[in-house]
Design a protein around this ligand. Structure first.
Ligand code: GUN
Length: 292
């Protein structure tokens, strides 16, 4: 292995302990305990796992968390009424609607209804719109993209002028990561399923962010020697040798790419833990905004 392993788990633990101390300090001063509400609609097993780990992390940081679960049959009105209620609740500083919502529900309308001061996921159209515009600042930056940038900045102090390639253009990861890289003055290329000569384009990248959800898609000979490779993918692949019958792999073929890249994140233990650390950071910030 020639690449440096960028250990998201331990970086995230540092951030989480700092958040915990800040929460303790504010509570000692008589300020409110930060509170996060999660809203989970339906029974998507991956979403259930994510939401559970978000509650556990809140608890460890001294942040209150309130879980609201609605059945997959919930109507648009049920979901919107719950969001309205959470917007009004002073114990709740952050509202996270776990995505994707079951089909039939209008995600954009739900996200639009979240009070922007409580939009700890940063998916409100106004926050995303500000992220996309020069000279404007969102109140919150989406958690996985923020965690991705934190990792890049850790190993690359000067992003300005670098070639960055983002593989994937999702609302949750690819597009906001690309916007953040543009804000950091990188030269950004977004690749997707219709991109021609994909390996050739990716080989130009000083920074590669892979977020397409295709197991081990990026091969060793697609990567520029010395590149910083951030693997956002979390894919289950069958593996009868594992007790649970599967293992987790990223969008990057780790065994191949680690021999070429300068820095690489593992899966699991790379970007995943950073998402949760950023959610706690955003929730603390939401409580601080509410103090003012
Ligand atoms: N689904 C996958 N990632 C995320 C995330 O960061 N936030 C929410 N709300 N839903 C997700």
């Amino acid at each position: 292995m020639t690449a440096e392993l960028l250990d998201g788990k331990s970086i995230a633990e540092d951030i989480r302990s700092k958040v915990k101390i800040e929460v303790e300090n504010r509570v000692k001063k008589g300020k409110s305990v930060p509170g996060l509400a999660t809203l989970l609609v339906g029974e998507n097993p991956a979403s259930q796992v994510y939401v559970r780990s978000k509650h556990k992390a809140c608890q460890e940081a001294g942040i209150l968390s309130f879980g609201y679960d609605l059945p997959a049959t919930a109507s648009q009105e049920d979901v919107e009424n719950l969001v309205k209620q959470l917007n009004q609740d002073p114990k709740i500083h952050g509202i996270l609607v776990q995505l994707p919502l079951p089909s039939g529900l209008d995600e954009e309308r739900v996200l639009n209804m979240i009070s922007i001061e409580k939009d700890v996921d940063g998916f409100h159209p106004l926050n995303i719109g500000r992220l996309a515009q020069k000279g404007r600042d969102p109140l919150f930056i989406p958690c996985t993209p923020a965690g991705t940038m934190y990792l890049i900045e850790k190993v690359m102090p000067k992003i300005e002028g670098k070639n960055a390639v983002v593989l994937g253009r999702s609302n949750i990861v690819g597009m906001p990561v690309a916007l953040l890289l543009v804000r950091a003055n990188a030269t950004v290329t977004i690749c997707h399923s219709r991109t021609k000569n994909l390996p050739e384009v990716i080989r130009q990248a000083d920074i590669l962010v892979a977020a397409v959800g295709k197991p081990e898609m990026v091969k060793g000979d697609w990567v520029k020697p010395g590149a910083v490779v951030i693997d956002v993918g979390i894919n289950r692949v069958d593996d009868p040798t594992q007790k649970r019958g599967y293992r987790l792999v990223g969008d990057v073929d780790f065994d191949e790419v680690k021999e070429v890249a300068g820095v690489i994140t593992p899966v699991p233990g790379g970007v995943g833990p950073m998402t949760i650390a950023m959610l706690l950071t955003n929730t603390l910030r939401a409580a601080e905004l509410a103090d003012k």
